[in-house]
Each structure stands twice: as structure tokens, then as C-alpha cells.
Design a protein around this ligand. Structure first.
Ligand SMILES: Nc1nonc1C(=O)N1CCN(Cc2ccccn2)CC1
Length: 246
């Protein structure tokens, strides 16, 4: 996937282009991340990228001209048909379903805003979709853009090895993850659940699924409203609830 980010702080994106799963995806040519800095499109001596808001009030707004030119440059640097996305608290809440949708796109231009935001007329003229990573206010859109890049890159074919398939991610099934354990077998007086030492992969699969279902029921019952459970999942959840209430 071809992604170009419009940001005043392009260096921040080393966090996804140079490290971990996303860094390997870039190295393997499965993900391409470029940056366009509006400051490179300023014409004044001070390279001004912000301006005072009409109507007064605190803070500044990103100047339209440098931003517009940076967006055009970003669109030109990715495969045709790019979706231009603005990260902001006013956007559609990002969830796994949204990441699956975004991972299908041929290319993305991500607009990471700073200051109090972007002129509404530029959003109307240039932005296709607004997305939010949560109901809170960050200092800029860069971290939100990186969250989106990280989440969708895991869904790109070939990015996760065979042992880490995205389909197995519990959130792929709309559930919370099961507990995980590794050596030592006994840690601070706590043992690893026997089932995980049994070597019986089917029993382990059912135990992990039951734990995911039970944790979702205990911690995020709202998520259970959104998923249609299979007969096996309903049986395991009922078992978990019965054991929990005993
Ligand atoms: N939550 C989030 N999910 O995506 N982005 C955020 C987020 O908090 N931010 C901080 C403010 N930035 C600039 C801004 C300010 C006001 C209106 C529009 N844009 C955008 C990115």
C-alpha cells in the first residue's frame, strides 16, 4: 500500500517506517510511506504555515496555500485514486472494521493537522474522509496517522508471518484477547494454566476462545452486542458465565 502523509513533523514517522512490523513491511516493499511538509511550500522568509482565525479566539489555523500544495504533491506521489483522509476528533471513530475497509484502498493521503485545525473550505475541497482515533484531543494528527498506518499495515497480505495471522487477532472476531503466558512456568507464586501445558491444540484453542469471550463479557459487554456468536462461542460463553457466577 502506498501512503503519503502531509505533516509539519515528517521525522515523527520514522516510528512506523523504521521499526517493528511496519518497518519490516516498508523494507519488504509491502508498505510505502512518504511525507510532504507544508513548510516546503511556503514562500515567505519565515516559512509561515499558520495564520490567525477569522472571528478571533485562541490558537492559530493552518494556512490553506502551503497545505493545499502539500496535499497536491502527496497525491502526485502515490498511486492514482488515493483517498485523502483528515485525522481529527470530528471524524468517524476508527475501529478494526474501519481498518479492514481502509486496507482495501489502493493508496492513502493522510493529513495530520496541527494548531487549532485546518480551514473548513480546504477540508471541503480536498478531504474525502475524516477519521478519529478516539474521543480525546491530541497535539496533532501525526500520532493518529501512525495508529492508522500501524493498524491497517497488519491487514496487508504478507505483512504478518504465518504464525501471526491478522485473522487470528481476537479483535478480528470483535472480541478481546485471551491471556498469554511464557516461561517461567511458575512466576511469583502463579502457575501457567495446565491446559496450556497439555499439548492438546484443540483443547487449547477452545480454552483461549472461552477466555476471549469471558473477558469481553466481563470488560467490554458492549462489544458482544456487535458480534454474532457461533454455537460453539455461545456454549463456551455460557460455560464461562456459569463458572464466574459459581
Ligand atoms: N482524536 C483524534 N483523532 O484523530 N486526530 C485526533 C486529534 O486529537 N487531533 C488533534 C487536533 N488536530 C488538529 C485539529 C484541531 C481541531 C479540529 C481539527 N483538527 C487534529 C488531530
Amino acid at each position: 500500500m502506498d501512503i503519503s502523509v502531509v505533516s509539519l513533523f515528517p521525522e515523527m514517522f520514522a516510528a512506523v517506517s523504521d521499526y517493528g512490523v511496519t518497518g519490516r513491511a516498508v523494507q519488504n516493499g509491502l508498505l510505502k510511506i512518504q511525507c510532504c511538509n507544508p513548510r516546503d511550500y511556503t514562500t515567505d522568509r519565515h516559512q509561515t504555515v499558520d495564520d490567525r482565525p477569522y472571528g478571533g479566539g485562541p490558537g492559530m489555523v493552518m494556512k490553506t496555500a502551503p497545505l493545499e500544495q502539500a496535499i497536491q504533491a502527496a497525491k502526485a506521489s502515490v498511486a492514482p485514486g488515493a483517498t485523502v483522509i483528515y485525522l481529527s476528533p470530528q471524524g468517524r471513530p476508527l475501529d478494526q472494521e474501519g481498518l479492514v475497509e481502509l486496507a482495501q484502498r489502493p493508496s492513502l493521503v493522510l493529513l495530520a493537522g496541527r494548531y487549532e485545525g485546518v480551514d473548513e473550505r480546504l477540508i471541503e475541497a480536498e478531504v474525502d474522509e475524516e477519521w478519529s482515533i478516539g474521543d480525546y484531543v491530541l497535539s496533532g494528527g501525526e500520532l493518529a496517522a501512525m495508529v492508522m498506518i500501524d493498524g491497517l499495515s497488519r491487514l496487508l497480505p504478507g505483512v504478518l508471518g504465518h504464525h501471526l495471522s491478522a485473522e487470528q487477532d481476537s479483535f478480528a472476531e470483535g472480541l478481546l484477547d485471551c491471556p498469554h503466558y511464557t516461561r517461567p512456568e511458575h512466576y511469583r507464586g502463579r502457575a501457567v494454566p495446565d491446559v496450556l501445558l497439555s499439548g492438546n491444540h484443540e483443547v487449547i484453542r477452545r480454552w483461549r476462545l472461552k477466555q476471549s469471550l469471558g473477558r469481553t463479557w466481563l470488560r467490554r459487554r458492549d462489544l458482544l452486542q456487535k458480534v454474532e456468536l457461533s454455537d460453539e462461542q455461545n456454549t463456551l460463553l455460557a460455560e464461562f458465565i456459569r463458572e464466574h457466577n459459581d
